[in-house]
Design a protein around this ligand. Structure first.
Ligand code: FE2
Ligand code: FE2
Length: 196
């Protein structure tokens, strides 16, 4: 898989704003991987996953559902939390288009909801989607500041991922939007790791 091809695809097929966000997530994730001293393979895969993570977000929901149902049955929770469908649709689409491997697939697949069993690289993409520098929402600005003012280590990844979950849960609750159980499970697990 070549990042140049992926960049060309997202430049052509995503809105300008989503293209910039995707590149920014890729750069943020790459930097976090480098700061943690991860192997080159992981850093490269983080960049690729960042580029691809929102690849299906601008497709109509029925197309997202079709993309997923070619490969698996959708759970009721996935169908109810429609704004998160694009994580799974995007993972399958990136695999169809670019032949991404299972590690990159996982990084895209959980980038909205999180998952209690996320790998380190999955957590990095999850965080990067929230704190990348183009995000202007107040909660993102606060979390970005929190993250960048500290030394990047494994504990900070868990604490920040827990904070991302908490803010997502609070936001969805305040708007009365459905909450994906994976986000609650992720928060419960990370909160214990992060604060104990
Ligand atoms: Fe997304
Ligand atoms: Fe995103």
């Amino acid at each position: 898989m070549s990042d140049e091809i992926i960049l060309g695809y997202i430049n052509k097929n995503l809105s300008k704003q989503r293209y910039s966000h995707s590149v920014s997530v890729a750069e943020t994730a790459k930097k976090i991987g480098e700061d943690l001293g991860l192997p080159d393979r992981d850093v490269k895969e983080l960049y690729t996953a960042g580029l691809c993570h929102d690849i299906a977000k601008e497709l109509p929901k029925d197309e997202q559902i079709k993309l997923i149902e070619k490969h698996q049955k959708l759970s009721n929770e996935d169908l109810i939390c429609r704004s998160t469908l694009h994580q799974l649709a995007g993972a399958y689409l990136a695999r169809e288009l670019f032949g991404i491997n299972d590690r990159v697939f996982g990084m895209i697949r959980y980038h909205c909801t999180g998952s209690p069993d996320m790998t380190l690289c999955e957590k990095i993409i999850f965080i990067s989607d929230y704190i990348e520098p183009l995000r202007e929402h107040h909660s993102c600005v606060l979390l970005r500041r929190y993250f960048t003012e500290r030394r990047t280590d494994l504990r900070l990844i868990d604490v920040t991922a827990a904070k991302c979950c908490k803010r997502t849960l609070d936001l969805l609750e305040s708007k009365g939007h459905p909450i994906h159980p994976l986000t609650i499970q992720t928060y419960e697990k990370l909160k214990n790791i992060a604060y104990n």
